[in-house]
Write a protein of this length. Structure first.
Length: 647
């Protein structure tokens, strides 16, 4: 380590630093307890996408410029994926953290170079290299010289995506040092998640444009972006335009060097800031004023009762907690990209009335841990005897006051503007059930199965749940559970409305709406009642769980390190089964069923497998996907329960 501790910027010192950091990264990867099931799933999906990208290099076109546009578009997708990956999956590929080396006398540029070299150790760079091998595969038919150009071009593209990912992580870390930065970072996370979940529609439109032949504007944009410089260099070498080829490669080198210099500057700022420090609140803000003075006048109209006090507290939390606001914004973005964009792109206006309902379902999935979010602040509720019922009811009312009007206004506006009057009974029945059932199930699930999270005042960002990697997986499982429960509550009323529409009996449609309202009201009352009773009976146990965390079983020969690989594989299998189940039930099952029932254009197929079957078999194929998804979810829960039972 002598070379690491010397501050010189000589070539030997840089090599020593890079060698030491690469060794540390290898040791960290080799001895790590294993990533979460989400990371494992991303690696599996990434490998499949890499193989698909590699096979795209074998496609032959009559127009010699078409393969350049195709590879430029694919490389652009990988560049966006590397930029969004560390945001969508916290800690994905971060590896060695710069703050670990804050006390060592290593210049930032030298440290950035060493960390960049260490970043190429792992599965993600190897998978990306497989994808970027599509360029040499496509150049095999061009000749020897263009094939030789593909080697530095593909490697420079790999360096570009890796260093861009590191710059994004460093910039986000530096931004989280202030409250405004946390809100901006959270907004970026919400946009990234929305694009990751609903970007299929944009990708489909792009694919259709490329298949039909990109216009001059799209082709120029794909080639001007840095992700298209490598294919442009190879195509220029094929035409013996060596000046353009050299300019494209030199541009990649300069851009990588510029990003490396930016990363070095961000590293210096990150290492000067103590890790885990909570952001400072601006002086003179509402934190220094009384809560009553900071609240708007409308909130003072709440009743002077324990329930009214809890409602006011929760409304104030919705105003101050950026995580809650970003959850609502993310729900609107995800629902809009998955429903509104396809409706406009594929001329399917029948999807627009469901945007508000989809957003309400997404918000319900994020409300499954309202008591776990309190952390040790739950003791404030425990200090007041007999306040359990008021606390639960106040949280329910506040959730309805914040989420309900937004979803109702959005739904009514879209139906009125698009003229889809047929959707009124369907949407009224389903939306009433969802908005009523969510507060009840939210209170019941969060009290029955809370997930301990980091205390709010210690969080480094809106989506910071703690250092335990199992917390994210548990919250995702709770979200899936809430999504399924709330969606199931909307089924009875929607089925009655559907029967009334099929048989042309308005009385059945009215009955369906009434059933939806009754289902939501009953679950609202029942969930709050059960949650309040459980809080009163087992509030002390909940407080211990939020303060101390779950009990960790003693290490023995049966549960010790020898069983760690099996546990990692089991956790990855459970996460994969849950994800496969949700995909089969919702997008591959329920969405094609809705398309068939509402008469959406048969040409709108995109990635819904059932839409590619014959017309008379589409409902059967969609029902098969729903059955497979439910079986996958049942299998995942059975595996999880068996693994949690003591041997």
């Amino acid at each position: 380590m002598a070379g690491v501790l010397t501050p010189e910027l000589s070539g030997a010192a840089v090599r020593d630093t890079a060698g030491a950091l690469i060794g540390m990264r290898r040791s960290l990867t080799r001895n790590a307890p294993g990533g979460s099931s989400t990371v494992q799933l991303f690696r599996t999906v990434g490998l499949g996408l890499a193989v698909g990208t590699l096979l795209c290099g074998l496609v032959r076109f009559d127009d010699p410029g078409r393969w350049v546009d195709l590879l430029a578009a694919l490389y652009l997708g990988w560049l966006i994926g590397w930029a969004m990956g560390p945001i969508a999956v916290r800690g994905a590929g971060q590896g060695l953290r710069p703050e670990w080396f804050a006390l060592l006398p290593i210049p930032p540029r030298r440290l950035a170079t060493g960390l960049l070299a260490a970043s190429f150790v792992g599965a993600a760079p190897a998978i990306t290299l497989v994808a970027f091998a599509a360029l040499p595969v496509a150049a095999t038919r061009l000749g020897v010289l263009p094939l030789l150009v593909t080697v530095p071009a593909a490697l420079l593209e790999l360096v570009l995506v890796v260093v861009l990912s590191r710059v994004v992580v460093a910039a986000l870390t530096a931004a989280l040092s202030s409250r405004r930065g946390q809100e901006l970072g959270g907004l970026l996370v919400a946009v990234v998640i929305a694009l990751a979940s609903g970007g299929w529609s944009l990708a489909t439109v792009m694919g259709q444009r490329l298949a039909a032949g990109p216009g001059p504007a799209l082709s120029t944009a794909l080639r001007v972006l840095p992700s298209g410089w490598a294919p442009v260099a190879v195509a220029a070498a094929d035409r013996s335009d060596w000046l353009l080829a050299a300019a494209a490669l030199a541009g990649l080198v300069l851009l990588c060097g510029l990003l490396l210099a930016v990363w070095a500057g961000l590293l210096a700022r990150t290492m000067r800031r103590p890790a885990g420090r909570a952001p400072r609140v601006a002086r003179g803000g509402t934190a220094r004023r009384g809560t009553a003075a900071a609240m708007p006048t409308a909130w003072r109209l709440l009743p002077a009762s324990p329930t009214g006090a809890v409602v006011g507290r929760e409304l104030y939390a919705w105003r101050r907690d950026s995580a809650r606001t970003l959850l609502l914004l993310m729900a609107l973005l995800v629902s809009g990209l998955n429903l509104a964009v396809p409706a406009l792109a594929f001329s399917a206006p029948a999807l627009l009335p469901w945007v508000g309902l989809g957003a309400a379902l997404i918000v319900s999935a994020g409300a499954a841990n309202v008591y776990g979010e309190d952390g040790t602040a739950f003791w404030l509720t425990r200090m007041v005897p007999g306040v359990e019922r008021a606390d639960v009811r106040g949280r329910q009312v506040a959730w309805l006051l914040v989420v309900g009007p937004a979803m109702v206004v959005l739904t009514v506006a879209l139906i009125a503007l698009t003229g889809q009057g047929w959707a009124w009974p369907f949407v009224l029945a389903a939306l009433a059930a969802v908005l009523g059932a969510t507060p009840g199930l939210m209170a019941w699930v969060s009290v029955a199965r809370p997930v301990p999270e980091k205390d709010p005042h210690l969080r480094a960002g809106p989506f910071d749940t703690g250092d335990d990697p199992s917390t994210s997986g548990a919250l995702a499982a709770h979200g899936y559970l809430m999504l399924l429960l709330v969606a199931a509550c909307a089924v009875p009323g929607a089925v009655l409305v559907l029967l009334g529409a099929v048989r042309e009996r308005p009385a059945l449609q009215v009955a369906g709406v009434l059933v939806g309202v009754a289902t939501g009201g009953l679950l609202y009352w029942w969930g709050g009642r059960v949650a309040a009773r459980r809080l009163a009976d087992r509030g002390a146990e909940l407080m211990d769980l939020l303060r101390l965390g779950p009990e960790v079983p003693a290490v023995s020969e049966a549960t010790g390190p020898a069983r760690e690989p099996g546990r990692r594989r089991r956790d990855a299998a459970v996460g994969t089964l849950w994800t496969v189940g949700i995909i089969c039930v919702v997008p591959q099952g329920l969405v094609p069923v809705a398309f068939s029932l509402f008469g959406v254009d048969p040409q709108v197929r995109v990635w819904f497998a059932a839409r590619y079957a014959p017309q008379d078999l589409q409902l059967l194929v969609a029902a098969g996907f729903i059955v497979v998804g439910l079986l996958a979810i049942w299998w995942a829960e059975t595996t999880r329960r068996r693994s949690s039972e003591p041997s």
